[in-house]
Design a protein around this ligand. Structure first.
Ligand SMILES: C[S@@+](CC[C@H](N)C(=O)[O-])C[C@H]1O[C@@H](n2cnc3c(N)ncnc32)[C@H](O)[C@@H]1O
Length: 277
């Protein structure tokens, strides 16, 4: 029986089965080492345990498990967030929602912000970390997701975040905010993408929202005005084909200056508006 492989042999073998970069990411994870280390130590031999761990990770990746769930981490807006299968994996396109929120939350001035559907907490925690004067409340209907968000909040913004178990606004019924942000579930129940790629492994409750994917957006937009101060704003991430529906819902709920912003891929991604000041 052959001995344990060298780093180079292990990478070569893994690259037959999976993407080259992912093969390195997973080996870095097993060895707790950098890319530079892998390059410089190609002829070092793995221990039998490391080789076994690596094979197990590669097999899971080949079966489709997202890399972020295998490593337990994903970078968002320059910070590393802990993730597990209880939370959606933070997406690069969601950074647009954070950028738009930061434009509306002045640095150095107090503001109350609500993040609906916190998941890993990547949106609300990033706003809190970038705007230490703001107080950010994050809510989620999933206790398992809140556990992860709490760990991330403790890491990045322990002083100005609050996490609550809530069905959208239920736990903050009496409160009003300067800005409400949300990346709610917005995929149609029958959308075939739910059966493809990473989405197969992510929580269904984080993704699907009724026959047209708009169930949660409708609820949030209809209830938001009661929870905003005069002049307060609402920012929502949504699907590529939901901008027109969101614009209608926002106008019907009384929002002014309704707009849509496109992500870096040119896809209509965030809609919003504000109440009369
Ligand atoms: C698309 S994920 C967004 C997670 C995170 N904000 C992000 O951008 O990566 C939607 C989140 O909404 C939560 N959610 C779904 N229904 C909810 C409800 N009725 N009330 C509160 N949160 C809900 C899910 O548990 C999930 O964490």
């Amino acid at each position: 029986m052959p001995g344990a492989p060298t780093i180079r042999e292990a990478l070569d073998a893994a690259q037959q089965a999976t993407d080259r970069i992912e093969a390195r990411v997973l080996l870095r994870e097993v060895l707790n080492q950098s890319d530079a280390y892998l390059l410089a130590h190609g002829e070092d031999t793995l221990t039998a345990e490391q080789a076994q761990q690596y094979v197990a990770l590669v097999v899971r990746r080949v079966a489709g498990e997202p890399v972020a769930y295998l490593t337990g981490r994903r970078e968002f807006f320059g910070r590393e967030f802990v993730v597990n299968p209880a939370v959606l994996i933070p997406r690069p396109e969601t950074e647009l929602l954070v950028e738009l929120a930061l434009q509306r939350v002045p640095a150095g001035a107090p503001a109350h912000v609500l993040d609906l559907g916190a998941g890993s907490g990547c949106i609300g925690i990033t706003i809190a970390a970038e705007r230490p004067q703001a107080r950010v409340t994050l809510v989620d209907a999933s206790e398992a997701a809140l556990e992860i968000a709490r760990a991330n909040a403790a890491q990045w913004a322990p002083g100005n975040t609050r996490l609550l178990h809530s069905d959208w606004f239920s736990a903050v019924a009496a409160e009003q905010y300067d800005l409400i942000v949300a990346n709610p579930p917005y995929v149609a129940e029958e959308d075939m993408h739910l059966q493809q790629g990473d989405l197969r492994f992510e929580p269904r409750t984080a993704l699907a929202a009724g026959a047209d994917g708009l169930n949660d957006l409708r609820r949030i937009i209809a209830q938001a005005p009661r929870h905003l101060r005069a002049g307060g704003g609402l920012l929502l991430e949504h699907g590529y084909d939901q901008a027109a529906a969101c614009a209608q819902l926002l106008a019907a709920a009384g929002f002014k200056d309704v707009f849509n912003a496109r992500d870096l891929a040119g896809v209509p991604r965030v809609s919003g508006g504000h109440l009369r000041g």
